[in-house]
Design a binder for this molecule. Structure first.
Ligand SMILES: [Zn+2]
Length: 340
C-alpha cells in the first residue's frame, strides 16, 4: 500500500516538474521576444528624432544661406546704382557743356545767349527758432568718394567744420588729406564696411578697425580714436552674424582707447539714393532736446541730393544761432540703445 502510494506521489511530482519546466521555457521565450520588440521600437523613435533634427538644421542652414545671398545681392545692386548715378552725373555735366557750347557758337550778334536751366535752390524757411544753445556736429559716413570735393567746397564756403567717418574709398583715398587740410576731423568707420565680415567676431571687428586706422594714418598722419560703427551701435543686422556682438563691442571700446558716436538727427539719406533734397533738409530740422546734436549724412557717389541739400541745412542751423563743432573723445557722448 505504501509502496504504491510512493510511486503515485513520484509520478505526480514528475508530472509537476515537467509542467513547471514547460511553463518556464514558454516564459523565457516570450520575455526575450518582448525585450527585442521594445529595443526595436526605442531605436526606431531615436532614428525618427535624429532625422527630424537633421531636417531642421538643414532648413536653418538653407535659410541662412539664402539671406546671405540676399545681402550680397543688395550690396551689389547698391554699388551698381551708385556707379549708374555717377555716370548719369557725368552725362548731364557733358550735356550742359554741349548746350553751353552750342549756345555760344550759334548766338548771332544782338542775340542773348541761351543759358542752361538753373538748378532749383532749396530755401530757408522764414520762421527760424532760437537754437543758440545747441552745437551741431555734421557727420559724413562712407567717404571718401567722388562727392568729397563738393562736400568740402560747400563746408569751406560756409566756414563750417565737420567730421568724416571714413572707409577704404579706393581711388578716392587721396581726398583724406584734403579733409584734414581743411580742418575737419577724420574719424574711423570701417575698412571693408562688410557687415557679415566685421560682425562675425570681436577679433574680426577690431582687425578691420585697425586696418582703417592704419589707412587713415598712412594717408594723413592722423591717428584717430573716434569711431562710428557701420549701421550704428543700435544695428540689428549684426545679430544675423553674431548674437550679442554689439553689446560686447560697445563695452570694449573705451578700454581699447576709442570713443564711439551714433547720431541723434538723421538726414535720412541712408534710406535711398535719390531722396529729395527738401526731405533731407526737413529731416535735419527735427532736433532733439539735447544740446549736443550729431547729424548723420553720407559722403558717397550716389548721394547727390545730400550735396544739394547741404547748403540749406547749414543755412538753417546758422540762422537758428547754432554753433558747429567736430567730434573728439571729449565730446559728450551720443549713443543709441544697443539692441544686439
Ligand atoms: Zn556706413
Amino acid at each position: 500500500m505504501t509502496k504504491k502510494r510512493i510511486r503515485i506521489e513520484r509520478i505526480i511530482l514528475l508530472v509537476l516538474a515537467a509542467v513547471i519546466l514547460c511553463l518556464s521555457i514558454a516564459l523565457a521565450v516570450t520575455g526575450s521576444k518582448y525585450k527585442a520588440l521594445k529595443q526595436n521600437s526605442a531605436s526606431a523613435s531615436e532614428a525618427l528624432v535624429s532625422a527630424q533634427q537633421a531636417q531642421e538644421s538643414l532648413a536653418g542652414q538653407k535659410q541662412q544661406e539664402a539671406s546671405s545671398y540676399q545681402d550680397a545681392l543688395n550690396e551689389q545692386s547698391a554699388a551698381y546704382e551708385s556707379e549708374k548715378n555717377e555716370l548719369n552725373d557725368k552725362i548731364s555735366e557733358l550735356n550742359k557743356q554741349i548746350a553751353l557750347k552750342k549756345a555760344t557758337t550759334t548766338t548771332k550778334p544782338g542775340e542773348t545767349p541761351a543759358t542752361p536751366n538753373p538748378q532749383p535752390q532749396p530755401t530757408v524757411p522764414s520762421k527760424v527758432p532760437d537754437l543758440s544753445a545747441k552745437t551741431i556736429y555734421l557727420t559724413f559716413d562712407d567717404g571718401p568718394s567722388s562727392r568729397t570735393p563738393e562736400v568740402l567746397r560747400i563746408l569751406k564756403q560756409y566756414g563750417v567744420k565737420a567730421t568724416f567717418f571714413v572707409i577704404n574709398g579706393g581711388k578716392y583715398n587721396k581726398y583724406m588729406k584734403d579733409i584734414v587740410a581743411d580742418g575737419h576731423t577724420i574719424a574711423l568707420h570701417s575698412y571693408s564696411h562688410d557687415y557679415k565680415k566685421i560682425y562675425s567676431s570681436e577679433t574680426a571687428y577690431f582687425q578691420d578697425l585697425q586696418q582703417i586706422s592704419d589707412l587713415v594714418y598712412n594717408e594723413t598722419g592722423v591717428r584717430s580714436n573716434v569711431v562710428r560703427f557701420p549701421g550704428g551701435s543700435s544695428n540689428t543686422v549684426s545679430r544675423k552674424y553674431n548674437k550679442g556682438i554689439m553689446s560686447r563691442l560697445t563695452a570694449q571700446m573705451a578700454d581699447k582707447g576709442y570713443a564711439y558716436f551714433d547720431w541723434n538727427v538723421s538726414s535720412g539719406d541712408a534710406n535711398g539714393n535719390s531722396i529729395p533734397a527738401a526731405t533731407l533738409i526737413n529731416n535735419c530740422r527735427k532736433l532733439p532736446s539735447k544740446q549736443t546734436v550729431v547729424v548723420l549724412m553720407h559722403d558717397a557717389g550716389a548721394k547727390k541730393t545730400t550735396v544739394a541739400a547741404l547748403p540749406a541745412i547749414i543755412e538753417y542751423y546758422k540762422a537758428a544761432g547754432c554753433k558747429f563743432g567736430t567730434l573728439s573723445a571729449s565730446t559728450p557722448t551720443v549713443h543709441q540703445r544697443v539692441l544686439n
